[in-house]
Ligand binder design. Structure first.
Ligand code: HEC
Ligand code: HEC
Ligand code: HEC
Ligand code: HEC
Ligand code: HEC
Ligand code: HEC
Ligand code: HEC
Ligand code: HEC
Ligand code: HEC
Length: 269
């Protein structure tokens, strides 16, 4: 005769045992229903089910941070932040199961605290040495978020196809009023090029502009060339093309501050 049966005594015992089992099963079910969403949303693979996030996922996989999980950046350090994420993940998970994976707002743009789990803010110069970028001044003094500049870090490429910050972002503040826009305050190698240092640059730059791409440096300043060209000296008014003779006879040398006799005046004379 099997042992179990001989030992089971009265009639109430299995009923109580069943009730206890039911209670345990109920608790277990609740725990699973709560833990499953949190566990799932911690896995990067989970986000692949949202069609809206696929482009972001693809970029992330080829980024320098491909080995970092989503929550490394998208959950701030500390137990409080994790609990808040866990609490939000439960409704997000079930809503996605019930109504289909549409957009999710579970992950927000990272706070700088998240980046600072792994990085410091003490960097001064870019790796290639060309750029001066005092991180501490911008992050700790001016309170700029890392993602303000590093917005193309993982999920997209910038307009030049890189993941690094763009100059246009800097120029939002560095407009010559709120902060400096002098090229050599930020660049150590893109300052005034040698070509410009020759004495007659002002006279020959026009010809050079046909062979060198001036825009790579000068398109940053709105209408750089035009501003100067419109700023003709006060003499150059009215029908100057025809009336310059008198002035030229009077002070011909003065003209040569800007014009080259050989290349400019001789064009017509
Ligand atoms: C190295 C840090 C990092 C990692 C890892 C990372 N992200 Fe991001 N994520 C960012 C940054 C920076 C932004 C803000 C710029 C942007 O919108 O692309 C962002 C923005 C987002 C946004 C938009 C948030 C909003 O409200 O604007 C979503 C959604 C997102 N990430 C999803 C993911 C997913 C899914 C993963 C994992 C597969 C992931 N991220 C991994 C850094 C990261
Ligand atoms: C979990 C740790 C971790 C977190 C969080 C993290 N990073 Fe990184 N980051 C790294 C590591 C490691 C590297 C070096 C990767 C390599 O060189 O292969 C790196 C590289 C970088 C680089 C240089 C490479 C590149 O692609 O330009 C930048 C810039 C950067 N991180 C910025 C950030 C910012 C901004 C955040 C916050 C949104 C962030 N990181 C969050 C670990 C982290
Ligand atoms: C004001 C804009 C700005 C802010 C804010 C900013 N950065 Fe940067 N960061 C840059 C620029 C520009 C570079 C140089 C990028 C390059 O040349 O590739 C850089 C470079 C870096 C690098 C080195 C990149 C490499 O290739 O090794 C890391 C890491 C980095 N930043 C992390 C951070 C973190 C973390 C924060 C926030 C605490 C932050 N940055 C805030 C503009 C900024
Ligand atoms: C939110 C506004 C803001 C943004 C964006 C910003 N800066 Fe600045 N930056 C400032 C202010 C304000 C100062 C201090 C005033 C000054 O020096 O003109 C400053 C100072 C600097 C300095 C020191 C200038 C000096 O006089 O020595 C450098 C270098 C610099 N920033 C580089 C950058 C770079 C590179 C970027 C883009 C990657 C950038 N900044 C983006 C506001 C900003
Ligand atoms: C506030 C800082 C800052 C100032 C001021 C600044 N730059 Fe930049 N510049 C950057 C950053 C950041 C980048 C992007 C990183 C890189 O490519 O080196 C950049 C990129 C460039 C590039 C390469 C990008 C391209 O599209 O070819 C050139 C050329 C350049 N700058 C020229 C200039 C010239 C010329 C000036 C003066 C009119 C100037 N910069 C002023 C920060 C600055
Ligand atoms: C590598 C970057 C770079 C390139 C390329 C470049 N410049 Fe410049 N240029 C500068 C800088 C920096 C200055 C001085 C800053 C300023 O005045 O805004 C300057 C100044 C000038 C000036 C004013 C000189 C003066 O004496 O006042 C002229 C004119 C000029 N550039 C014309 C050109 C022409 C034309 C080209 C193309 C053939 C060209 N530049 C290509 C960076 C560049
Ligand atoms: C401060 C610099 C400067 C001085 C000095 C100067 N010019 Fe000019 N001049 C210009 C500029 C800028 C232009 C326009 C160039 C362009 O747009 O192609 C110009 C254009 C001209 C033209 C062509 C007119 C036209 O409508 O296209 C003539 C002719 C001319 N200048 C003659 C003179 C004479 C003669 C003198 C001396 C009396 C003189 N310039 C002094 C800057 C100067
Ligand atoms: C500092 C003021 C200044 C700036 C900035 C400037 N120019 Fe000029 N530019 C002149 C003057 C003055 C002349 C006439 C010089 C001469 O003919 O001897 C001229 C002449 C020219 C000519 C020849 C015109 C002709 O009729 O033969 C061209 C082309 C030209 N500039 C292109 C450019 C371009 C492109 C830029 C911007 C990258 C630029 N300039 C920026 C002052 C300037
Ligand atoms: C766009 C063509 C053009 C350019 C460029 C030009 N000139 Fe003239 N210039 C003329 C014409 C046409 C006349 C004749 C006008 C008249 O006689 O009324 C003239 C007449 C003159 C005269 C008077 C005639 C004489 O022989 O005494 C002088 C001096 C003169 N130019 C000097 C200059 C100087 C200096 C420059 C360069 C800075 C220059 N011109 C550039 C077209 C030009």
């Amino acid at each position: 005769m099997p042992r179990g049966r001989s030992e089971s005594g009265s009639v109430e015992k299995p009923a109580r045992k069943r009730r206890r089992l039911l209670a345990a099963a109920a608790v277990l079910a609740v725990v699973v229903l709560l833990v499953l969403p949190v566990f799932s949303t911690l896995q990067p693979g989970y986000y692949g089910r949202y069609p809206d996030l696929r482009v972001r996922m693809d970029h992330w996989r080829t980024s320098t941070h491909a080995k970092m999980s989503c929550i490394d950046c998208h959950v701030d350090p500390g137990a409080g932040s994790f609990l808040s994420f866990a609490a939000r993940s439960v409704p997000a998970f079930y809503s996605q199961l019930l109504f289909g994976p549409k957009a999710t707002n579970l992950l927000q743009a990272p706070d700088r605290q998240a980046c600072q789990k792994c990085h410091t803010a003490y960097r001064q110069v870019s790796p290639n040495g060309d750029l001066l970028i005092p991180h501490r001044a911008h992050v700790e003094v001016l309170h700029i978020q890392c993602v303000f500049c590093h917005k193309s870090l993982v999920h997209s490429a910038n307009t030049r196809g890189f993941n690094s910050p763009e100059m246009a972002t800097c120029l939002k503040c560095h407009d010559g009023e709120k902060a400096t826009n002098k090229c050599d305050k930020c660049h150590t190698r893109k300052a005034v090029p040698d070509s410009h240092k020759q004495a007659d640059w002002l006279q020959v730059h026009g010809a050079r502009s046909k062979t060198i791409d001036c825009g790579s440096c000068h398109n940053w300043t709105p209408d750089y060339c035009g501003d100067c060209h419109k700023k003709r000296p006060p003499t150059h008014v009215g029908n100057w093309k025809e009336n310059h003779a008198a002035e030229a006879r009077q002070r011909g040398d003065g003209c040569l501050v800007c014009h080259s006799m050989a290349k400019f005046c001789k064009n017509c004379h």
